[in-house]
Design a protein around this ligand. Structure first.
Ligand code: SAM
Length: 299
């Protein structure tokens, strides 16, 4: 079952968004991801999950339980192999209606038997749906830049706090973010004037790319290793593991076996600060209201 459905067809919705842009500013993330997924460029660039990240998720599900929230699931790059390789039941949530429509259309059997529950909407819609089902999650995943696309530090904190509430005591979050030291250096320089005017916060950028015939415009927050760990701890998560999502660009790692092999070698030898993206595994306190251990876990 898809929660919060509307009958709006994709093409009409995307056309309507052209005019809504002037009202909501030039970087409405949901609409831009609608265009990105509808153009199929996303699938061509990222046709499968990062195998190293997928392995971390599968290991956590097998060790700790299979009620999974895939937050910012896109059209199912991680949800699909998790359904195939594990017994997990997955609530797959995204603000892009196009992403949720594509996911629902690709896996109708899993939607029908209840193993996959696509949810489209805002944080309130997610909370309503998941509270209604009663059981908290064993694991939440936010894969490949989802957190970084949430504009403003306040909203990222609110999002992490909501995820924390939806996890069981001792539940875990696997989250990846882009490394500011490696990504979008030119855009970071271009963001300086907007930062001085108070429009952007440190680490924020705007960027755009063509997706087929349409322009996709994005807001992105890029992280330092320190900020990433601190933000998780601030919302009550204890850091269990911090590593690289990849050292080479994700699009290369997921498409080329050679680059994948090279990337794993780099993961052994290269300092973490040179990673393309960081991957953290973090845990809620074992019992609700128990104090958070502020010491960092394993590296
Ligand atoms: C780079 S894609 C990653 C998609 C998927 N996790 C993957 O690895 O292929 C980022 C996704 O985050 C979603 N997203 C951005 N902001 C969001 C928010 N505030 N709430 C939920 N999803 C969001 C976008 O719609 C998009 O599907």
């Amino acid at each position: 079952m898809l929660d919060k459905t509307t009958e709006t067809p994709s093409a009409a919705r995307i056309a309507a968004n052209e005019s809504s842009e002037s009202l909501s500013g030039p970087f409405p993330v949901a609409e831009n991801y609608d265009r990105y997924f509808a153009s199929h460029l996303y699938d061509r660039r990222y046709p499968r999950p990062n195998p190293a990240s997928l392995a971390v998720i599968v290991e956590q599900i097998r060790a700790r339980g299979g009620r999974v929230l895939d937050f910012g699931c896109g059209n199912g790059r991680y949800a699909a192999p998790l359904l195939a390789q594990t017994e997990a039941t997955i609530v797959a949530y995204d603000i892009s209606r196009e992403a949720i429509d594509e996911l629902s259309a690709r896996y109708p059997a899993q939607v029908a038997d209840g193993r996959l529950r696509p949810v489209w909407g805002d944080l309130a819609a997610l909370s309503r749906t998941t509270m209604a089902q009663g059981e908290p999650f064993d694991l939440a995943i936010m894969m490949f830049g989802v957190l970084g696309h949430i504009a403003s530090r306040t909203q990222r904190r609110e999002t992490l706090a909501t995820i924390h509430q939806l996890l069981r005591p001792g539940g875990r979050l696997i989250v990846t973010v882009p490394n500011a030291a490696r990504r979008f250096r030119r855009h970071q320089a271009e963001a300086q004037p907007l930062m001085e005017k108070g429009v952007l916060e440190p680490g924020d950028i705007h960027y755009q790319r063509m997706a087929g015939q349409v322009m996709v415009k994005m807001y992105y927050h890029l992280y330092s290793l320190e900020e990433f760990g601190m933000e998780l701890e601030r919302q009550g998560f204890r850091l269990i593991q911090m590593g690289a999502e990849s050292f080479l660009p994700e699009s290369g790692v997921v498409r080329s076996p050679f680059l994948r092999g090279l990337d794993r070698l780099l993961a052994i030898f290269a300092p973490l600060r040179y990673a393309y993206g960081f991957l953290a595994v973090a845990e809620t306190a074992p019992e609700a209201n128990s104090p958070v251990d502020r010491s960092h876990g394993a590296g």
